[in-house]
Structure formats: C-alpha cells, structure tokens
Design a protein around this ligand. Sequence first.
Ligand code: BG6
Length: 470
Amino acid sequence: MGNSNSRTTSADALVVFGVTGDLAYKMIFPALYAMARRGVLKVPVVGVAAPKWSAAQLRKRATDSIRQAGRIDDRDALKHLLSLLQYVGGDYNDPGTFIALKQTLGDARRPAHYLAIPPALFATVIKGLGTSGLADQARVIVEKPFGRDLASARALNRVALSVFPEDSIFRIDHYLGKEAIMNILYFRFANSFLEPIWNRDHVASIQITLAEDFGVKGRGSFYESAGCLRDVIQNHLFQVVALLAMEPPAYQGYGAVHSEKAKVFQAMRPLHPGDVVRGQYSGYRKEPGVAKGSDVETFCALRLFIDSWRWQGVPWYLRSGKCLAATAAEVVVELKPPPQRLFDDSAPVNGRANYLRFRLSPDSAVALAARVKRAGKEFVGDQRELYLSEEQPGEETPYERLLSDAMAGNGGLFTREDAVEAAWSAVDPVLNNHHAAYRYKPGSWGPKQADALIAADGGWHNPVVLKVKQ
Ligand code: BG6
C-alpha cells in the first residue's frame, strides 16, 4: 500500500506531551527503545509535562519503564535513546511552556507532537502549538479517546483542523497497528476465494469478541468517564468491523482504504437501545476512583446492522468486557448452511454451519471450519478447522509501528476525521439512552441478557484460551 495521502517527509523531532504519565511509561518508552534497537530512531525526543523534572529524572524514568517492560537486551540502543531525551517542564496553559519547547527544539523544523495526555487537555495543547508557531510543518499525534460523543468529536476535530491540515493529524487507534488486524485487510483483498462468499447471500452473521479476564487495573476514574462502549467498542471493534465490511479499495493506496472504511461507518444503522446489553462486574463499585452507585458498563454487547448492498440484513454482534472468563479477541464469520440437508448430521441440526475465524489475540491465526467425513460406512462427519497460524517472531508492537509511521508521515494506519465522526453517529443514540447495567460474576461471560441478544443466530463463540503449563 502506498501512502498517497500523506506528507512523506520525516519528522525531525518527536515531542511527547504527558511524558511523565502512565501511557508514556507503559507504552511509549518501550516503543522508542524498540525503534532505537532497530536503528530507526535518530531524532531528538523532547518530553513535556507539568512537573519540574531534570533531563536526568526523565532518563531514569525511561530506563525504569524499559526495564519494567523486560527488554533491556541492547545497552547501546538504550544509551542512544537516553542521549536523545530532553525535558521541558511547565503548565500547558502557560505560553512560556511553548516558548521553552521552541528553544529546546532548536533547529528542528518538522516536529511530531504526540499528545499522550488526558483528552480534556487536547484542545489546550493544540491551541498552544498553534499560537506559538510550533504547528508549522509539524504533525500532531492524538491518543484515543477521540471525543466522548459525536458533538465533542466534532468540536475536537474543529480545533485540530484550525491548527493542522488533516494529513498532519494522526489519530491513534492502537488496534490498527496490530499484525492480526492488518492481516484482515490483506487476507480479504490478497485472495480471490473469499470475495464471492463475502456478502449477505453467504454470510449468516458475524461476531466479534474482545474479552479480558482482568478488571479496570487501577484505571477506575478513567473508566468512570468512558465505559466499555466508548473505551473499546466505538473505536477498536468498530475498526475491525470496517476492515471486514469495507468494499475493495478502488486503487492502491491508503486514501482509498480510508474512504471505503468511512463508508462502512456511514452505512451503520444508528444503534437502538434494544440492540445493546450493558453489564457491570460485581466488585467494580469498590475499585478506587469508582462511584459507589456507578452505572458505568464494564461489559457491552450489541447487535449492529450495516445498511449497504453487501451487508443488508446480516447481523453483526460485538461484545467486550472486563473480568470475563478469558483474555482473547476473535472474529467469527458464520456462513449459511448448505441449501439442502443431504446428510443427517448437516448444520444447522448438528451444530454450527461452516465459519471463518480470525484470531486476533493473544495469538494470531485464521481458521476455516468445514465438515469432513469420519471413516466408516455412515455418511457422518465432524466440523474441523483448517488452521493457519501467523505468529512470527520479532513483530513490531502496535506503538512501535504507529509511532514510526506517524514520524515518517504515513497516515495509513490512523483514523480519518469523517470516519471517526460517522462511528460516533452510530453509537450516539445509546450513549445516554440505555437500560441500567446488569450485574455479572467476575470470571463469567457477562450477563445472560447478552446471550439472549444473539440466541436467534446460534449464540456466542467463546474464544478458547489454552493454558500453558509452567
Ligand atoms: C485500550 C483500552 O484502548 O485497549 C483498555 O483503554 C483495553 O481498556 C485495551 O484493555 C485493549 O488493548 P490490547 O492491545 O491490550 O488488547
């Protein structure tokens, strides 16, 4: 895929706003270290945050973070990364902070500004960059969540576009940097056998599960302002839907992919409260930062329709939750049964029809389930999977991939303004208009009402996680 829609000159500095925060600690330093190891990080990295730290404190924080991620196996790379780090402390509301940043950037003319900060501060920093002249020739990388509903996403897009052109705005959805998810696009359009069956005539339903067997992990106050639908469904799972549902791009280039994905969101039928099941795990209200009477959902299942020529009438079921029975993400595309039951054990009488399964995490694979005859006189068989494992050593992590792409000016794996807004349009009607969350037991597959939602289409496929004996 080419990158026809983006500026292709590389950034000559990386600025990380919020460098003392959690995201930088957990994701960004390890990604920068991995880039240094591969020899692709060659520009100054300037951290900005409120505390009055020294550059030495920042270097220590970076080293701790990389050690915590368990990956100091190349001392020279670490030394190189630390030699690139500089620090500017100051309030984002203070123009002096941006003046100090400008001085620190010195000769750099095309910085990439990464906003690893709470969403409430996005607009302040973007405006600060604009008025201080730090936006000229620059790029801005914005972390999710991009808005918390349609109105706020539009407002944020307006602010960002008043300072940066669209092709200099890189909206991160780290799911797009995952190999297994990039493979959906490749697998669909690099093969010819799929296209004839990839439509309402042959597909009965599609379901996507993103399950996590842990809770909010100390992020209670963030979660209180988000909930499952905003945290992972409107963005991560919707991106997966778009890649599965889009029409073939008309030409080679990411611009065509962006346009086709945006059309999927535009064709999504706005959700109706009856299509959504919300759940909350018992014990959530005792998490630090969570309100005693909180109704925020830690589980969400929904039924979605895409009103397009290809997908009319095909239900899409999405679900995600914290404290579920496993940690895994999967797509199951269920095909229609054969038109005539020639064998007694044919689907749907005997279990499910054929399906295609994309395993997205913790491992990545593609499986095609088909019935095969058992040896013997009878014409009976079993559904078995042709299984393609794609695990490859040395894969880039999503943050490594996305940071390098943004710095290189390659916008292919980022989300475009129209797509983000159309995705919010689909969920907007149920953000506030919904039933109270049903309680579910940690370690279960969520509230039973979620099973009822999909009962007519054969129920959920619960991803299997093989426990490796230590
Ligand atoms: C994040 C959410 O965007 O994605 C988290 O805020 C969630 O709540 C995470 O756990 C899932 O991503 P991954 O890559 O860990 O599967």
